[in-house]
Design a protein around this ligand. Structure first.
Ligand SMILES: [Zn+2]
Length: 172
C-alpha cells in the first residue's frame, strides 16, 4: 500500500486505483498467498488507508461525483512524517528505559530463596510487611541482586540512543 502511494507521489490516486494497481502487481506472481486475496479487496485497501491516515501517514481529499452523487477519495502519502514519528517513539522508549533504570537502582528487591519457578519480586516495603516470609511457601525472602537487570537496561538505553532513522533509503 505504501509502495503505491509512493509510486503515485506526483499524481492523485483513488482508493479504487490503488486496489487495481495492487491487483496488477500481485497477479501472475508465483508466491501468491491466500491472504493476498484479502489485500485485493477494496474494503481492505480503504481500511488500511484510514489506518495510515489515523497514524498521520496518509492524507485524502474527497470530491463528490456529480453523476453518481458518491464521494471519490483521492489519497496521497505523507511519509516525510515517518522520521518525526519514529523519533517521537524513540524518545518515549528512552524515557521508559530510564525510568525503569532509576526504579531498579533505587529499589531493593526481595524474593524467596526456596521458590524456583515464578519467583515473586517484592519491594522492601512489601517484604517488610510480610516479615520477610514467602506468601507461597513460607520461605525466607532475601535481597536480590539486580546488577544484571541494570546492565541489561544500560545496554538497551545505549542501543536506543544509537538508532538512526533514514527514511530516504526506503523511498527508493
Ligand atoms: Zn517461596
Amino acid at each position: 500500500m505504501g509502495k503505491e502511494l509512493l509510486n503515485s507521489e506526483d499524481e492523485e490516486i483513488t482508493d479504487e486505483d490503488i486496489a487495481e494497481r495492487i491487483k496488477d502487481r500481485i497477479k501472475g506472481k508465483k508466491d501468491f498467498e491466500p491472504e493476498d486475496e484479502e489485500i485485493l479487496k477494496l474494503n481492505t485497501v480503504r481500511k488500511t488507508l484510514y489506518q495510515l491516515y489515523s497514524e498521520r501517514l496518509a492524507q485524502f481529499r474527497r470530491i463528490r461525483d456529480k453523476s453518481t452523487g458518491w464521494f471519490i477519495y483521492y489519497w496521497w502519502g505523507e511519509f516525510d512524517l515517518i522520521e518525526e514519528l519514529l523519533l517521537e517513539k524513540k524518545k518515549l522508549i528512552q524515557e521508559k528505559l530510564r525510568d525503569r533504570f532509576h526504579y531498579e537502582k533505587e529499589n531493593y528487591f526481595f524474593s524467596c530463596e526456596n521458590c524456583e519457578e515464578n519467583k515473586i519480586k517484592y519491594t522492601f516495603e512489601e517484604a517488610f510487611e510480610l516479615n520477610f516470609r514467602c506468601t507461597e511457601c513460607g520461605g525466607q525472602l532475601v535481597a536480590e541482586e539486580n546488577e544484571d537487570v541494570l546492565d541489561f537496561l544500560k545496554k538497551r538505553i545505549i542501543q536506543n540512543q544509537n538508532i538512526i532513522f533514514s527514511t530516504k533509503k526506503n523511498k527508493e
